[in-house]
Design a protein around this ligand. Structure first.
Ligand code: DCP
Ligand code: MG
Ligand code: MN
Length: 338
């Protein structure tokens, strides 16, 4: 029996949600089945918000918003304490190996399959694989560190450090960590820096200078600097993805740095604060209202759901404005863990 912490409603149904979460993770990161992953994810998060413990089949009747196939799985968990389907997947040596390979940064479910077919069975094997992308090679090299979660105080130290370096290179530059850190999570998977400049032009060419400086002082160890075709974006976004170590800390961490002009920073902030489930909801709300939303803007759409959209974004200076224009209720960052 799982211990129940009365102060935390999400622990009330851990006996069910821990299994649903395992299914979610397997489908998403190992089997590459996003739809099934989302189904389990939604169910797990729904149950984690229930104020009461589900302990009998009778209780299941009162859960709303979960499809019948997952309801059946919840019933099975209640009756037997486990889920046959999960037991089967976990007992499959191929699934275990795929899970191990896909836990490398830069290796997704598809590549894990390919590497498996090429005969690889462990992350150590991958050192010898010549076809790996630069990102996956970094993922292999720093594997042991990158699987560790990052405590908030380390992210805070990283933010302060990079802010100082940035200010020295370009006065007034605005650098903040978004992602799970901004949502207030106790630990983070990576550090997501967002950069802009209030004068509207000094952000240009800044990323190269920043990365160069952070490399020379040993903060950044390795990484890839690219001009990203952002999600459906009309313009390109200056991006760095790599690995670094915060001064006074031990482990190498994943770093993402993205630079946006000030006109688009509100949209970027919404997108990179996430989480991804909220982003999906907001995008969907935008679509219903005849808009298209991405990390760079909010565009009016002509001619139905798949129709063309305007190339000029509707201006928004703050996150609140973005939510408002969509008629979407405003959520504080700490309430964006959907
Ligand atoms: N994002 C998204 N869809 C994706 C990937 C990312 O909408 N497929 C957005 C929402 C995320 C944000 O970008 O919150 C940052 O991406 P991360 O992968 O860094 O995720 P988080 O910071 O939310 O979590 P973690 O602690 O795992 O880094
Ligand atoms: Mg992150
Ligand atoms: Mn990230």
């Amino acid at each position: 029996e799982t211990a129940v912490d009365a102060s935390d409603p999400s622990s009330l149904n851990k006996h069910i949600t821990s299994i649903l979460r395992e299914m979610w993770d397997l489908y998403e990161s190992v089997l590459g089945d996003e739809w099934r992953a989302l189904t389990y994810r939604k169910a797990a998060i729904r149950l984690e918000k229930l104020p009461c413990r589900i302990s009998s089949l009778e209780d299941v009747k009162h859960i709303s918003g979960i499809g019948s196939s997952v309801i059946d799985k919840i019933k099975e968990i209640l009756c037997t304490g486990k889920l046959q389907k999960l037991e089967g997947l976990k007992a499959d040596p191929k699934v275990c190996t795929l899970q191990h390979l896909a836990s490398v940064w830069g290796v997704g479910p598809k590549l894990a399959q390919k590497l498996y077919q090429a005969g690889h069975r462990s992350v150590d094997d991958l050192v010898k694989e010549p076809s790996l992308s630069q990102m996956a090679r970094i993922g292999v090299k720093y594997y042991k560190d990158l699987v560790q979660r990052i405590p908030r105080d380390e992210v805070a130290a990283a933010e302060k450090y990079v802010q100082n370096i940035g200010e020295g290179l370009c006065p007034g530059i605005c650098i903040n960590v978004a992602g799970s850190y901004r949502r207030g999570n106790p630990t983070c998977g990576d550090i997501d820096f967002l950069v802009t400049h209030p004068d509207g032009y000094s952000h240009r060419g800044f990323l190269i200078k920043l990365v160069e400086k952070l490399r020379s002082n040993g903060f950044i160890s390795e990484g890839v600097h690219c001009t990203d075709h952002s999600s459906l974006g009309t313009k390109k976004v200056d991006t760095f993805m790599g690995v670094g170590r915060v001064p006074e800390f031990q482990l190498f961490r994943r770093l993402d740095i993205k630079v946006y002009p000030k006109e688009t920073i509100a949209f970027a902030l919404v997108y990179f604060t996430g989480n991804d489930v909220l982003n999906r909801k907001i995008r969907y709300a935008a679509q219903r209202k005849g808009f298209k939303l991405n990390d760079q803007g909010l565009y009016r759409r002509y001619g139905g759901k798949k129709g063309l959209s305007s190339t000029e974004s509707i201006p928004c200076e703050t996150e609140k404005e973005v939510f408002e224009k969509l008629g979407f209720p405003y959520y504080e960052p700490c309430d964006r863990n959907l």
